[in-house]
Design a protein around this ligand. Structure first.
Ligand SMILES: [Zn+2]
Length: 311
């Protein structure tokens, strides 16, 4: 018996662990969890439920869309996406954003549409519309878009929005049942909260806080994946000028409202991102996205490049 410490000592030794477990349970019961950059967030559903909902919505979107299965655009989206997905698991990146490893099942798909949009559903299901390719312009620009979208998903912004909009129960029933069995209006609501956008007819803008967090996570993630983080502000400037004078803004800008602080903040986070970029395996982010030069020269349908032959 001499090898075992007395029972009282054991209790003292394990007391902090017990208290931590109890506190963790209490926080979980209230639907709270540790969010990005050390803030507490109220989510109301766990990551598994959120991912199941993401998967359902993903299947729904793909079933209703013209998915581009093969070709250079899906290839480059998958390539850049994969790099970001790998980087999202790196301990250095996770400690920079203050989150622990998350089990995402990544899937990157391209939908043929003039719509300027892209989103990442909970659990890592990403949809890129071909309409955003000319604005993304380069692989680094695409890494900015995907990094930002993945940022929303890593930060569980959807679950947080579900709680804010009091749609948790609805979301949970969508996971258990079939999405097609749902009231179409309710289904629209749930998908809008997940960030699907105009495809369901409701554009629900992300809050300023969520936008800022997704930008911060995005710029660190692209840097960790080896894309020059200076590309981020260049992309947002391209996006703003592509939007000016075009009447209704594209869905991407409606769901990701921008403001003059975005560029300032991205510049502020640059030193932090560059430190991560220094240690990364560098990518050629300047490479033009496929088909783009042809689009510009042949003056195809792209709404972002004025006619070269007209006038
Ligand atoms: Zn956003």
């Amino acid at each position: 018996m001499s090898g075992y410490p007395p029972r009282r000592n054991m209790a003292i030794r394990f007391a902090p662990i017990l208290i931590a477990i109890l506190m963790g349970l209490m926080i979980a019961a209230r639907g709270c969890q540790e969010g990005p950059f050390g803030r507490l967030q109220i989510v109301g559903m766990d990551a598994q439920q959120e991912a199941a909902l993401g998967l359902r919505s993903f299947q729904q979107v793909l079933a209703e869309s013209r998915v581009v299965e093969r070709g250079p655009i899906p290839e480059v989206v998958a390539k850049v996406g994969r790099r970001l997905a790998v980087a999202s698991q790196s301990p250095e990146f996770l400690s920079a954003i203050g989150l622990t490893i998350q089990k995402f099942e990544w899937d990157f798909r391209v939908v043929a549409s003039n719509e300027v949009n892209a989103f990442c559903l909970p659990g890592g299901k990403v949809v890129v519309y071909t309409g955003i390719i000319p604005v993304a312009e380069t692989e680094g620009g695409l890494a900015t878009v995907l990094g930002h979208e993945i940022g929303h998903a890593l930060a569980h912004h959807s679950a947080e929005r579900m709680a804010q909009q009091q749609l948790v129960q609805l979301g949970q029933s969508a996971v258990v049942g079939s999405m097609q069995d749902m009231d179409p209006r309710q289904m629209q609501q749930v998908m809008a909260v997940l960030g699907v956008g105009s495809q369901v007819g409701i554009l629900l803008p992300f809050s300023r806080k969520h936008e800022s967090e997704a930008d911060h996570i995005g710029i660190l993630l692209m840097a960790a994946a080896g894309y020059d983080p200076r590309e981020a502000s260049q992309f947002w400037e391209r996006m703003s000028s592509a939007t000016q004078g075009k009447g209704a803004p594209p869905s991407f800008m409606s769901t990701h409202p921008t403001n003059e602080r975005r560029i300032t903040d991205l510049q502020k986070w640059l030193p932090e991102a560059e430190a991560i970029y220094e240690k990364s395996q560098k990518q050629n982010g300047n490479r033009l996205l496929p088909g783009l030069r042809a689009d510009i020269e042949q003056n195809t349908e792209s709404p972002f490049f004025p006619s070269r032959t007209g006038r």
